[in-house]
Design a protein around this ligand. Structure first.
Ligand code: ADP
Ligand code: ZN
Length: 746
């Protein structure tokens, strides 16, 4: 009887043996099968090994229920990558499989293979005047249809004024309209209903704007090609607005012409609508956008397209797109390579997509280009030691000067009592001057909500999250307190529950800035862009488009506004408080601060004149600020790399963090102590004592860490095996303990 080995999407290392009954075809490795497992009657598994021998008692071997595929859905390259990840990141192969395969291929009852309905405004109505007439008619005669139509217009407009299609289900869900209302608009011929069988048809084709490379870009392309010929991963270190995108476009064009596929990784897709539209116009019908807001069916469609098609595509995707079934992969671009969001924190596999991308490229013999204006210390070190190619672009497009950076000393400002709210008089003056010239301004504050905490000044009471070891953030608009870690929400208390005195706001977030701007700049049009204002699918797009068309003068935002956006009219960027970027005790905190500030600075003065950046801080004398003032990345890098060497941090040492979690603090402390002792025996001084993290409880679970630092020359594989063996033994005795590893944590 034919036996097969099946991998299941569960947190287990091992595979399971099943029998293929004579009534079924024998599946190949990489096909899905339905199997009984434990109490579950049917689970989707993947054939890991077809046709094996087994010493198991044949009566104990269960039959598979059915074979789900005629063709493989997981390629050899994918299997290879999964196994590399399981080993490198010390996690079960079943976990990798569960994460790597799209939900639609793993869960039953998901109606993914059928076509999806899309709604789009009919061509004959897609003109401003007709829309206006229609709106005024509907407003008088059919209020609900009016609301739905308005919702569509607000959320589906491209930056060039045209309107795109939206999934019917999503439109109904987000607009709160019912099907009869939508049907009326379809019947009137205002909306058209389309059944799209292929995702990329959804995109309105636009004529590509051909751009000639500048001499600097031309040189960069040539040098990159030389490194590519030597099979070297290459770092493109180009200052903000040097036109890295044009360099990418050029390289992509070459690969697509050779019928190769290209993967273009970006930190977060929602923030790259401008990039997406640009790429779609240069490569019509070739761009597949893969991100968390894609529906399950869209994801399966992209997956199958790459698996089956002979055409070549450009996948514009977030970190998880490294798991797609690439064939003929010619090039990987990792844009903003330093970005934290390439690292997955939860669930397993806790991988870094930048690292995985390098392995993926290696496996496929593809080229890989890491691009950024502020390289991570690790990547720049690799480039300096010539393991990676290094290509620099030091000039901005059209030789516009780098923005002028001005550091404002908050200590002095508060002392002189020249602050209005959280604005220094200097910042206010500069803002007023720019607004008077009709320019736009970006304000960056790394906290959302109104204030990060409340305090009773009489008794010292601070509202805390019942589930987490953090203060609750006050959201004034919704009159609620929120936990930004577990999502807990509670109404704003009227007064201190202990002593009935008033609670005062501590610190400030984006909501509070909004309030202050309304008072200080009563005539300015402003908008806030943070997680709270952009939850809806097109929330970002909406704000970005309105800022781009200058319907907004001041854009206030969190980290979200620092990345990849390009606006012509921005002449001034204000950073309200640089200090709270550096409060976490972490060896990377200065590096991250430098990167974020250089990034946000890069948002201004991209067109025409030199821009200006005003950074407010209580720590004016820190060296990081003089490096920023000079835009001196190299100086900053030298200082950082020396510290890394001195204190045994990456890239000179590798870090593995053991995470231990449990709901009972005492049990956790005891268990962590035991693991700590065992690990000390193995790793000696390379392993820390048990560490209580700054935030020691999240979501009702207490947390402990043990950090292992391994020398760059040590055999990692052996060390990881020892680590796993030692902890596995202890975990078997304490199955309620949650223990996992974070390799190269950030
Ligand atoms: P970066 O990613 O390096 O910050 P971008 O790729 O966003 O820079 O380019 C900055 C601006 O310069 C964009 O508006 C882009 O369209 C423009 N630009 C860059 N290179 C060219 C070129 N060769 N021809 C025309 N416009 C260009
Ligand atoms: Zn919480």
């Amino acid at each position: 009887m034919p036996l097969i080995e099946v991998l299941l999407p569960i947190p287990l290392e091992k595979t399971y043996t099943y029998n293929v009954p004579a009534t079924l075809p024998v599946p190949k490795r990489g096909m899905r099968v339905l199997v009984p497992f434990g109490r579950q009657k049917n689970m989707i598994g993947l054939v890991f090994n077809a046709d094996i021998q087994s010493n198991l008692n044949p009566d104990k071997i269960k039959d598979i229920i059915s074979v789900l595929d005629d063709e493989i859905v997981v390629t050899e390259s994918q299997f290879w990558l999964w196994q590399w990840i399981a080993q490198y990141y010390i996690c079960p192969l079943g976990d990798v499989m569960d994460f790597a395969m799209p939900n639609g291929l793993l869960k039953k009852n998901i109606d993914v293979e059928t076509n999806v309905d899309f709604i789009q405004i009919a061509d004959e109505y897609a003109e401003k005047e007709k829309i206006d007439t229609l709106l005024s008619q509907l407003q008088k005669t059919a209020k609900k249809q009016y609301n739905l139509f308005l919702f569509y217009l607000a959320n589906c407009q491209n930056s060039d004024g045209s309107y795109q299609a939206i999934e019917k289900k999503q439109l109904l869900h987000e607009s709160n309209a019912t099907m009869p209302i939508l049907q009326s608009l379809i019947n009137k011929g205002i909306f058209t209903l389309k059944t799209e069988s292929k995702l990329y048809n959804k995109i309105v084709e636009k004529i590509a704007i051909h751009r000639k490379l500048t001499p600097q870009q031309e040189k960069a392309v040539q040098l990159i090609s030389t490194y590519f010929q030597q099979n070297k991963p290459t770092l493109l270190f180009g200052v903000t607005s040097s036109g890295k995108t044009e360099v990418y476009v050029h390289l992509i064009q070459q690969k697509l012409a050779e019928n190769k596929n290209v993967l273009y990784l970006v930190p977060e897709i929602a923030l790259t609508t401008q990039l997406q539209e640009r790429l779609q116009s240069v490569f019509p019908n070739r761009v597949l956008a893969f991100h968390s807001r894609c529906s399950d069916s869209e994801k399966v469609r992209i997956y199958r397209t790459l698996l089956q098609s002979d055409q070549s595509y450009l996948v514009l995707g977030v970190r998880s797109s490294v798991f797609l079934p690439f064939q003929r992969l010619g090039l990987i671009i990792v844009d903003e390579e330093q970005d934290d969001s390439y690292k997955q924190q939860d669930p397993a596999p806790r991988y870094n997509a930048r690292t995985v991308a390098v392995m993926l490229a290696k496996r496929h013999n593809a080229n890989i280009l890491l691009g950024t204006a502020t390289p991570s210390i690790e990547t720049y070190h690799l480039a300096q030691s010539e393991k990676y190619g290094l290509v620099k672009m030091t000039e901005r497009y059209q030789s516009i000067a780098m923005p002028k950076i001005k550091i404002v000393d908050l200590t002095e400002q508060y002392h002189r009592k020249t602050m209005q709210g959280h604005f220094s008089d200097f910042l206010i003056e500069r803002m007023q001057a720019e607004l008077a010239k009709g320019k736009q301004i970006i304000l960056f504050q790394n906290r959302r909500g109104y204030s990060p905490s409340l305090l009773c000044k009489t008794c010292g009471y601070v509202p805390k999250c019942p589930n987490c070891d953090v203060n609750l953030t006050y959201h004034k608009n919704s009159r609620q307190l929120h936990c930004h870690y577990c999502g807990y929400v509670t109404p704003q208390p009227a007064h201190c529950p202990n002593c009935k005195n008033v609670l005062t706001e501590q610190g400030f977030g984006t909501e509070r800035l909004e309030e202050e701007i309304a008072t200080i700049f009563p005539n300015a049009r402003f908008e806030r862009m943070d997680l709270d204002t952009t939850r809806r699918k097109n929330g970002h797009k909406n704000i970005i488009n309105r800022f781009a068309s200058h319907d907004i003068d001041i854009l206030i935002g969190t980290q979200m506004i620092t990345k990849g956006l390009h606006f012509d009219g921005v002449s001034l960027v204000g950073v309200l408080n640089a200090d709270n970027l550096m409060i976490m005790p972490d060896f990377r905190s200065e590096e991250k601060t430098f990167q974020v500030l250089e990034q946000v600075a890069g948002r201004c003065g991209r067109q025409g004149e030199q821009g200006e950046v005003i950074i407010q801080t209580f720590q004016k004398t820190l060296p990081i600020f003089s490096y920023l003032e000079q835009h001196d990345y190299l100086g900053f890098y030298e200082e950082q790399i020396q510290a890394r060497q001195l204190f045994h941090y990456p890239p000179f040492h590798r870090i593995i963090r053991v995470n231990i979690k449990h709901s009972n603090e005492q049990k956790l402390a005891d268990f962590a102590m035991r693991i700590g002792m065992v690990l000390k025996q193995i790793f000696g001084s390379r392993c820390t004592n048990v560490i209580v993290p700054t935030i020691q409880k999240v979501n009702k679970m207490f947390i402990r860490h043990i950090i292992i630092k391994l020398g760059a020359t040590e055999n990692l594989t052996v060390a990881k095996e020892m680590l796993k063996k030692a902890t596995d033994a202890l975990c078997r005795e304490n199955s309620s303990m949650n223990v996992y590893f974070d390799v190269d944590p950030i």
